[in-house]
Write a protein that binds this ligand. Structure first.
Ligand code: SF4
Length: 316
């Protein structure tokens, strides 16, 4: 079964780090995973968010469809993504920063208040580890991956100092054994509007247009805001190991244990390497995303070239 979770907060709350950690842990455990981050809006004062999908089978699209769960670290994120969670799903809300009293749904969704910032301050001496408490609370409710996988990846992170790793692990462990009480989201006082998503829903991640989804399992057509950052991704399952991408930049592209290519580090070279790899890829399974840094020479032309590879399935 596919499980889809959206994570959201403000820039600097480690949302993408949390999503990446979950995605890596699932990958490590042999599952099929997509990770779709965006923080373009956050740079303009909005929310940073990402969508992680984990499944036993190949995942057709990384685009948010109807998440089973949301992990929200600020009020704006609850307002934006709370309504998107499917009926029967749940929301982990950072109650140190969110007032859940005004949130309502006319269907069956649970909300789990977790005082993550307070816990992080207490055990890790920093607000910034609240994301780890939230991830642990999520895994307590939905054991999508083993906590040991998270800790192993966290401990091996070369981008964090030993002190930061230690604080993150402490915050993660503090969230694990706690059984935070879930409460049912109250029904709205007045009949809800017909629309399932609010008008304030993310301009970056949107559900595919209805006519693009012909049948269950059909490929969704992502719609992206070209002004914002969209991370690159590879439909790794379809990779034929032709070596084109790893030859272009072995620091940016690598093979996993199955000899399928994945994006090792999107920042390990210029954006043109991503675009060139997408063009050279024999299976057309590389999606170069859209860059955060627009200062690269010829960037407008590169983005224009990238566009045709941003539909699932790529350009033929
Ligand atoms: S270029 Fe495409 S098919 Fe070739 S190794 Fe890279 S992802 Fe796989």
């Amino acid at each position: 079964m596919l499980f889809e979770v959206v994570m959201s907060g403000s820039g600097g709350q480690g949302i993408l780090f949390m999503g990446n950690l979950l995605a890596q842990a699932a990958l490590r455990e042999g599952r099929h995973v997509t990770f779709l981050p965006t923080y373009g809006a956050a740079m303009r004062g909005g929310t940073a968010n990402c969508v992680v999908k984990v499944a036993a089978e190949e995942v057709a699209s990384p685009v948010m469809h109807r998440p089973h769960a949301a992990i929200v670290l600020n009020q704006q994120s609850l307002n934006k993504f709370g309504p998107a969670v499917r009926a029967g799903g749940f929301i982990i809300a950072n109650s140190s920063a969110i007032d859940i009293a005004g949130f309502s749904r006319d269907d069956d969704v649970r909300i789990v208040p977790v005082p993550a910032t307070d816990i992080a301050r207490e055990v890790a001496k920093t607000d910034r580890a609240a994301n780890m408490v939230m991830l642990a609370a999520f895994l307590s409710l939905e054991p999508l991956v083993q906590s040991a996988s998270i800790e192993t990846i966290l401990s091996a992170s070369s981008s964090l100092s030993p002190d930061v790793i230690q604080r993150n692990v402490a915050a993660f462990r503090a969230g694990l054994p706690k059984h935070f009480a879930a409460v049912t989201v109250p029904k709205p006082a007045a009949p809800a509007a017909a629309a399932e998503m609010p008008e304030t829903a993310s301009p970056v991640i949107v559900e595919a247009p209805a006519d693009a989804v012909a049948a269950e399992g059909a490929v969704e057509a992502p719609v992206f805001d070209v002004d914002g950052y969209v991370a690159p991704w590879i439909d790794s399952e379809k990779c034929s190991t032709c070596e084109e991408c790893v030859n272009i930049n072995p620091n940016m592209f690598a093979y996993d244990h199955r000899k399928k290519a994945y994006i090792k580090d999107p920042n390990a070279g210029p954006y043109k390497h991503l675009v060139r790899a997408a063009e050279k890829c024999s299976e057309k399974v590389i999606h170069p995303g859209y860059p955060a840094d627009r200062s690269e020479k010829g960037i407008a032309r590169l983005i224009e070239k990238a566009r045709k590879f941003m539909q699932t399935g790529g350009a033929r």
